[in-house]
Design a protein. Structure first.
Lengths: 115, 113
């Protein structure tokens, strides 16, 4: 029973296209995140949502737009894809932001390749 | 600006021996530290954490040590097993950062028979 799931697992697309990655968690967590792992393997936070409200928005191009229809889902839409967007994108969730639990649970990742 | 650093990209250790992974940080506001383990083509999995009010936390074969004055933490795995072969990420968070984790670059651990 997958705790944090992402679809698709692999995504190959051409420059200029628009694509979406979906994420769902069944842990009952209040907070969800998107991370990007670049070619140097650094994991960097992009966004976080708490109960459907945007909390963290790092310096990410506005071509990236997260959407949280409910607290169990956080989707990532990317417009006008560029070569530099090629990376692995991870979704994660955590119980809350109270500081009681910082542990984040990650999905399996979506490998995006822009050609 | 990389605030969490793992200076050893790889570590090879014999099965049964101790693995020691190191992590340094620069931000004195960090008050919670975590270690994650990652297998290829999978997401990171939470391993163990430590609050800045402690200097040691132990969970089975895994122990994390925190030296606040040196801004250094380490993960000890004893004894190392072949299934421990993975990439290990150190991560840190500050109390006012809304759960934002800053990750190190990771250390690839290979446990040999």
């Amino acid at each position: 029973d997958t705790a944090v799931s992402q679809t698709p697992k692999y995504l190959v697309t051409q420059m200029g296209n628009d694509k979406s990655i979906k994420c769902e968690q069944n842990l009952g967590h209040d907070t969800m995140y998107w991370y990007k792992q670049d070619s140097k393997k650094f994991l960097k936070i992009m966004f976080s949502y708490n109960n459907k409200e945007l909390i963290i928005n790092e310096t990410v191009p506005n071509r990236f737009s997260p959407k949280s229809p409910d607290k169990a889902h956080l989707n990532l839409h990317i417009n006008s894809l560029e070569l530099g967007d090629s990376a692995v994108y991870f979704c994660a969730s955590s119980q809350d932001l109270s500081g009681v639990s910082y542990e984040q649970y990650f999905g399996p990742g979506t490998r995006l390749t822009v050609t | 600006d990389q605030q969490v650093k793992q200076n050893s990209p790889s570590l090879s250790v014999q099965e049964g021996r101790i693995s020691i992974l190191n992590c340094d940080y620069t931000n004195s506001m960090f008050d919670y530290f975590l270690w994650y383990k990652k297998y290829p083509a999978e997401g990171p999995t939470f391993l163990i954490s430590i609050s800045s009010i402690k200097d040691k936390n132990e969970d089975g074969r895994f122990t994390v040590f925190l030296n606040k004055s040196a801004k250094h933490l380490s993960l000890h795995i004893v004894p190392s097993q072949p299934g421990d072969s993975a990439v290990y990420f150190c991560a840190a968070s500050a109390g006012d950062s809304w759960g934002k984790l800053q990750f190190g670059a990771g250390t690839q651990v290979v446990v040999t028979p």
